[in-house]
Design a protein. Sequence first.
Length: 317
Amino acid sequence: MQKLLAVASLVCPLVLVAGAVASDHGQAPPPPAPPLATALATSGATYLTDTDNENNAGTGVADGDMGAASTGCLFKSSSIHPIEFNIFVTGPLPTTSAVLLVETWDVDFSDGELDEVFFNNVSLGYATGANNQWSNTTFTLPLGLVVAGKNTVRMMVDQGTSGSWCTWIARGQLIIDGGAAATASCRTITTDKANYQWGEQVTVTVEADTTLPTQSVRIEANIKNSSNVIVAGSSRTVTITGTNNDPESFVLSLPASGGIETYTAEAIIFDAQTGAFQTTCSVNFQVGREAIPALGYAGLAALALLLAAAAAFVLRR
């Protein structure tokens, strides 16, 4: 099914990590992605495809290798690999921005899974994601890469040497010139601390609001490293009510080791009925750096006395 939806944009550059240490062989098929409702009226300049409409030969006949109602995790050894689908642009071409949003299942990029994404035969980089989760990767497109009519997205699964990784694309969204305003927004996103050590758990709390009386939304919470690679994530569908306080918290685990690095907690909010992107928000925190304790009033007073005594000692010499 091809749908046109108005959504906003987000950007996420990706980098390459090598060395597979695990495998997707023998895992259960992914659960279905959140279902889409009847198509919304055409609005703005964002296009969403949630059902396969292309094959390896490019003849416009579905071969069943993508879609929200997933039937399996696709390996590169499959006869229908690579994954491909079309997004049809029927309105104006981009003048300020173009973003591709791809929702994938169980992309273990940090462990060496290399799923390369192409747009109109131009490589955009690699998808990233959380283990056994639906995760959204976004790519910023050169404006001239988007054409009127058919635009083809292709994913080459597991381009490393292991042959043991698989994934599935639920849907893709092409967001042109920022899309139209959404009904849901992100009021705040916080973490329970500002400084963490490797291997700790991070509690990410998101407060979402809506201009509607109530709205069912899916909140995807991710932790990204300094290269914008998703290293952990989770999502759930909840109902938010106007501007009421209805925070949602996600507990996500940091990698076991590393240096001193700035990480990002990110929330991506979708309308649960349509799958349409609504908004995103993020907050940074430190990993691997010891927290500096707060001195408080008593501590500041003691520090002032210590500095005064030191100054007096220097003057007497």
